[in-house]
Design a protein around this ligand. Sequence first.
Ligand SMILES: Cc1ncc(COP(=O)(O)O)c(C=O)c1O
Length: 398
Amino acid sequence: MEHHFAQRIRRVRPSAIRQLLQLGDDPSITSFGGGYPDPGLFPVAQLREVYDHVLREQGRTALQYTGTAGIPALRAQIAERMVRDGSTCGADDVLVLQGAQQGLDLVAKLLINPGDAIVTENPTFLGALVAFNPYEPDYAPVALDEDGMDMESLEQVLADTPRAKFIYAIPDFQNPTGVTLSTQRRHRLLELAHEHDLIVLEDTPYRELRFEGEQLPTLHSLDTEGRVIHLGSFSKTLAPGLRMGYAVAHRSILAKLELLKLAADTQSSTLNMTATARFLTEFDLDAHLEAVRPAYRAKRDAMVGAMAESFPAGVQFTRPEGGLFTWVTFPEGFDAAGFMAEQVLPKARVAYVPGETFFPTTSPATQASHYARFSYASVPHEQMVAGIRRLGDLLAAS
Ligand SMILES: Cc1ncc(COP(=O)(O)O)c(C=O)c1O
């Protein structure tokens, strides 16, 4: 059948480590591999009340089609939250999406001609690469450190990449590394985007999960030129099954994204938008987050605490101030995927995501095998600590 497919589908294929990750689905394995939030933190009872009310009182409108950009009440509430977060934003500046993931797809569709380059953090979010690949881009990866994207590396990459089209950044508690872009670098990134006349795609699903330190300004709030497309999501603050995300951008960009969304799915679910809007008026999302943040902090503490106790000295890991992930650096030359298949899964009964899957290019200059992403979101405390200890023992013995 393959000869029927369009050329761009050559780039659409499962990641090489997918099979390895599936082994982590075995219930006898303690998996730190998944990227899911903790379902124990979903506000199920409140959402049940909300859906019940919406279907009882507004059932006929909540089950009807609506405009592509989303229901006005939710757009206004999102705009209000953006204003509280430092942006200038009205309801008309918001496009409701089926998760931030849809924004990644629509933005790539809007901006990328085959062979254009997307400038990304190195490593970056796998789901973004999966969304971008069908539009046949090249990638220009930028080195990261504990303060996020390295600005000297960005400067060099931009000088070397004439077909750069946009910069894709996850400034807060990046997936997969957990690092946060410093304020100074946020300003510098925008300066460089201005110098090279580039769009910036800011992806912020973890932003509201800061459990430590000061909140830093969004790139959108610092942008005076309308070049930042901001993606937000309720997946990590409410529940990912709602598929509720949004884009905020300059009206000329948003109008095109809206037409692309119309082609893709007409609109997001009216029922889910109405329920989310009602949740935001009836229940205090910020109060809900006040309970969610300490829970993730305790999980982060348990994981990095166990790593500090039981990993050998040559193994390093990030200590994120929010979000769901820590990034582990094994000694240079270590094969994290091979070690997981041959030792970790059968002996320690633990899974993680080998880092190579998150690197946008396979060039040895920008990809290496000695990294792994660990999520502390969903494994219960004792099981998490026991799993990290078993892995530590195996690393010490190897
Ligand atoms: C960096 C990043 N962007 C976007 C998404 C997609 O989130 P959503 O559920 O809003 O589509 C995720 C989900 O894990 C993510 O980690």
